[in-house]
Design a protein around this ligand. Structure first.
Ligand code: ADP
Ligand code: MG
Length: 213
């Protein structure tokens, strides 16, 4: 079972920052349809600051400390609902492996489950409310049932299920967040957070491909 060190996670967070730049306009366009049109802008501002923090990351910061730094930065810098949600996601995910200098691929589902549980605790949304949870929750179910001895295959099915979950938000009426105010007019549009969520998790998949090859 491949072990993952701090560098793996730092590289993954840097990849997320690239994803936030590349997809900024698309996430903003989606949020323009059912929200206030700032999701991509929010995420790009947050991840630019994350990169600055990673550039100055002290040598003695461990994996949990790195997750905490990323989470706190997003919480502090990202305006909007998604900042505190993604912020606590990363903080809680990292806290699962506090004190470990390396983690196993086997630890990842537990870390991500803890992160998602904190999104649920903070945002009080449920499956079907047309939020990022509609990609995270079904995706995690798939990941938890997957055979992690092939980590790339397991994470591919995780990300694909998240992507499907995001597609499945299109016919839903929003029950949480800003889009809720639109009522039935939110139907027919993709939830922006469900899209950014799978595209961020895809960055872990890319990292796993790198260590497998
Ligand atoms: P804001 O809505 O404050 O402008 P963003 O545009 O950055 O914040 O993020 C919007 C996204 O946040 C939504 O697409 C949705 O996925 C997610 N979101 C909003 N409220 C909740 C909630 N209570 N639980 C889970 N996710 C939520
Ligand atoms: Mg918004």
């Amino acid at each position: 079972m491949a072990s993952l060190d701090r560098d793996f996670f730092v590289a993954s967070f840097r990849r997320m920052a690239v994803a936030a730049e590349v997809n900024r306009d698309e996430w903003t366009r989606l949020d323009g349809q059912i929200g206030d049109g700032d999701h991509g802008i929010n995420m790009s501002i947050g991840f630019r600051e994350v990169v600055k923090q990673l550039d100055a990351l002290p040598d003695d910061t461990d994996i949990a400390g790195t997750f905490k730094l990323v989470g706190m930065t997003l919480l502090r810098r990202v305006g909007g609902a998604s900042g505190p949600l993604y912020g606590s996601f990363f903080m809680k995910a990292g806290a699962e492996v506090a004190g470990q200098s390396e983690v196993s691929v086997d630890d990842l589902p537990r870390m991500l489950r803890a992160g998602v549980a904190s999104i649920q605790a903070r945002g009080k949304a449920e499956l079907g409310d047309k939020t990022m949870l509609d990609s995270y929750l079904p995706g995690l179910d798939v990941l938890e049932a997957a055979d992690l001895s092939d980590a790339v295959a397991a994470f591919s099915s995780f990300v694909e299920r998240m992507q499907q979950g995001s597609d499945d938000t299109i016919p839903l009426q929003a029950k949480k967040g800003r889009a809720m105010r639109l009522g039935p007019r939110s139907i027919g549009h993709r939830d922006p957070g469900s899209q950014s969520a799978w595209q961020l998790m895809e960055c872990f998949l890319e990292g796993l491909k790198g260590i497998q090859s």
